[in-house]
Design a protein around this ligand. Sequence first.
Ligand code: PSV
Ligand code: MN
Ligand code: MN
Length: 408
Amino acid sequence: MPEREAAFEFLREQLGDGGVDADGVVAELRRLEIETPSWGYGNSGTRFHVFPWPGAARTVWERIADAALVHRLTGTCPSVAIHIPWDRVDDWTALRGYAEGQGVRLGAVNPNLFQDDVYRLGSVCHPDAAVRRQALDHVLECVEIACRIDSGILSLWLADGTNYPGQDDFRGRYRRLLESLGEVYAALPDGMRLLVEYKFFEPAFYQTDLPDWGTALLVCRRLGPQAQVLVDTGHHPQGTNIEQIVALLLVEGALGGFHFNNRKYADDDLIVGSVEPFELFLILNEIVAARRDSATTATAETIAFMIDQAHNVEGKIDAMIQSVVNIQTAYAKALLVDRLRLDEARRAGDVLGAHRVLLDAYETDVRPLLAHLRAQLGLAPDPVQAFREGGYAERLAAERGAIAYEPR
Ligand code: PSV
Ligand code: MN
Ligand code: MN
């Protein structure tokens, strides 16, 4: 028996002693799907500089090809989110066909309401009705694109807000927000979801129109059940308890999806789980718990797991694979939590006993489980190593060169 399988057998036995069915965990891991973002494959940077990365994707076709490579190496990323206009093409059937030929499908459609000069004072909250109209027409075009590519998700992030007290009227902006999104909602076909993303800061630094999960939830409540909240892990103040937000949104049936990344950088450029893997585990633990609770299973089962990263000083594909592996790892650990023991400890008031149940799962080395899953899928046990040793980066660098490319 190869060493890898022996490690899995050993772990299977160990987990079995604790009442955990390792094969069941592997089967659940197999169902996990993570969407990667087209914009994470091109060059990007800070407002100070964009460092060109040799081989970074330069066109939408290359971005899709790179997402497909990530899927081939990980087996868990069958779809790729697109951003309009960065990924706009004349022939959507052709792009869709190309993606499918590469083994992936087009996923969430992200409108862009922040890069045009007219948006200086906002987009759908702008004081001028003509600008709001332009913004809405763009979002409505994205709904149409989503229909053409058969995507079920429109994910919306607004850069709207103000920089100075007195600059605009809070009540007026909120009403404009509701009215605008009401028009978007009315255009959604059955089965399409509008995911409303919040961010507590930037690019407007005094006031943000969708600053937090509470405001996003209020808006979704006004709109209807096809509108849900999108939690971008990078969009919170440092001390925020994101797993609690996740739990509350699950109970409210309002958790639509995630944009995974690391908030250490303030926004979204670092690899998810690279700095706070325990937090990622705790977030996924809430999801697993909600899946086991009949009152929340339905919502928990439809959560869109999406990565929202744009890498500055590192290789794009390598970084994306590491992000995927970090999510898989945290999810595998969340699946190991002994929920019966946790419940008992909680009921007995055993504060630290309950905490230790989580630590037991978190401290388990799940690499043999993941390697076993990949072997089932016919993949290399370590996708990062497979990418690094497969000559992909060198081949792409030779083909594409190092041209600074900014999609804007
Ligand atoms: C800006 O903060 C942002 O990172 C949001 O998280 C969006 O989801 C993303 O850009 C793509 O528009
Ligand atoms: Mn995001
Ligand atoms: Mn962001």
